[in-house]
Ligand binder design. Sequence first.
Ligand code: FE2
Length: 292
Amino acid sequence: MPLKLEPVSEKFVALVRGVDLREPLSGEDRDAIVAACDTYGVLVFPDQLLSKEELVAFGNSFGEVDTTLQKKLMHRIQNRLGMDTVTDISNVDAEGNVAGAEHWQTITTVGNRFWHSDGSYKDLPIRYSILNAVTAVGYGGETQYADLRAAYDSLDDVTRELIAEKVGIFWSHNTRDWLHIPDSEEERSAFPKVKWPLVRTHPGSGRKVLWCDSKVYAIEGMSIPEGRALTHELIEHIGQREHVYSHKWKPGDVVMADNRCTVHRGRRFIHSERREMRRVETVDDVHSLGPA
Ligand SMILES: [Fe+2]
């Protein structure tokens, strides 16, 4: 059966059917998925219950799978899945029980509830984030995706002019610092701050993106308060309903997002419900402007 696309809207998010992600991808299907992701930014593959290894193999079809976050930070918490290539996005403790609100595994994922592009704080960021739901919760727990291309297109002229040449300083622990998550100095400096232009071009579609998220610590050439207020405004603009797709998870869903043109956030859920997802990330090939 050929791969079949069902766009959710004309230029953002498509459902993909007619492919079994447990099997190695044909070159044709791989190229079709890349082209679809270039256009739609987010692809939803329903009914794909993958093993960890199958998820990694799917990710590897699109480039090197990232291991830096696991090795530098996540394994300090727990390593339930036992792999450097798969991130455990869950409220499950090392023994497999649902972790409560006070558990470190739960606390450390609170930062995911703020708009971000995976790896925006890295010199070499993430291209694709691929999430696979193992279990889904009844209330909340959606992942929302926002289109940074549409967000750029809908800026007013004065704001577009203001940010045209601006450079943001991105920091891995920006949100965690604000949330008062008590990380060590070693953890806080695991990923040195990097600089990115606030306006970039998405190579997949050739469209400009508003490159701003919750990792922005400061904007060069602006006072800290003015830069942070502008960052807050830009993130609010990005998160407007017309730029956003909200995904309500079902077990077996795979969602592949292009971080070069989207941001996302997880929504609140009830801690006693088991929410278990696995994530694989592929490494991009475009470096930041360098250390801040
Ligand atoms: Fe994320």
